[in-house]
Each structure stands twice: as C-alpha cells, then as structure tokens.
Write a protein of this length. Structure first.
Length: 185
C-alpha cells in the first residue's frame, strides 16, 4: 500500500471514530497528539477554537504507525489531505460496491452509531464539538477527559466489532496484526 493510501486510510478512520470535522482531523499536527495510548487529541474547532478529546485505543495505534513527515500528522497540509482522502474514499466505496457517503457523512455516522452503545447525547455532542443545546449542558455538565474516554472507547469498540476488526488494545503499534483489521470486510 502506498504511503498516501495509508495516510488516507487512517484519516478516514479517524473521521468515523472521532466524529470530528474533516478539516479538524486534516489539520492535526503531531503536537496535537498526546501519546501514550489513553492520551488525547487536540483538534482545532470552529466553535470553541480548539477542544481536547480522548484518543481511543485503536485510533491511537493507527496514528502511532504513521510515518512522521514534518509537523502534520497526515503528511500534508489540511486542504491537500482532505482532497487526497476524498479521492481515495470514492475509490474505496466503488471497489466495495457501496453507495456514496460523503466525508461529512462519516461524521454523521459517528453520531448515529454512538446511539447503539446508549452513549449520552451530551457526551456525543462534546466529542463532536457541538455547542451545548440545553441549559443543563451549558451550565451544569463538566465532563472530564476520562469520562469522555470511557464512552469514546465503548463507541470505538462497538464500531470495530460491527466491522469485524480484530484488535487487542495491548498490541504493539509496530506489529502487523494491529493493521490487519484495516482490510477486514
């Protein structure tokens, strides 16, 4: 697999596994990724300026395996990454015989799929960078990163199970079995 395809693959998975906007993920720099696993991602947010979200285990492994090419996580500037990922996304959908879904559709899917693990709507909104919609959310809910991580990990685990991706959270990031699930189904 060519390097750009690996970057595009991880980028597309990051969109689905975080619910972040495409520019937020494409614009990530290595300084925004807090390793070790169980760490966090700082995303540039169009609503708040930036927000810190958990880096769920599988996504953390994928990010750790990416070759580092300068400051950008995905090896290119945000607009270039988004363009390349959209191209690879269309090709992958066509090859799999799947109907069209936009990159933004992956974000919508995160919100919808989170309901399968009965994740509280406020947690999903906070992960996705939506403004709080109710008084209680604005003034009385202060969720620490560890609480968000608990739910985010449940969401990721459920998604991986549905996709048939085998993943051991304690796997070494440089071992081939970590990426084996990327081509499942």
């Amino acid at each position: 697999m060519a390097d750009m395809n690996v970057y595009a693959s991880v980028y597309l998975q990051a969109l689905l596994l975080t619910g972040a906007r495409k520019g937020e993920i494409a614009g990530m720099r290595w300084e925004d990724v807090n390793f070790p696993f169980g760490g966090s991602l700082t995303v540039r947010d169009k609503v708040e300026g930036q927000r810190v979200i958990p880096c769920p285990p599988y996504l953390g492994h994928l990010l750790a395996m990416l070759p580092r090419r300068g400051d950008w996580v995905f090896g290119a500037t945000a607009p270039t990454m988004a363009h390349n990922a959209a191209y690879n996304h269309r090709r992958a959908l066509a090859a799999a015989g799947l109907p069209h879904i936009s990159l933004h559709g992956l974000r919508r899917s995160f919100g919808t799929l989170a309901e399968w693990v009965e994740c509280p709507a406020g947690v999903v909104a906070q992960l996705m960078g939506h403004k709080p919609s109710a008084t209680a959310e604005r003034h009385y809910r202060a969720r620490p990163l560890d609480l968000l991580r608990l739910w985010h990990t449940k969401i990721e685990t459920w998604m991986l199970g549905q996709a048939g991706v085998q993943f051991a959270a304690n796997a070494e990031p440089d071992k081939p079995d970590v990426m084996a699930g990327m081509n499942a189904k």
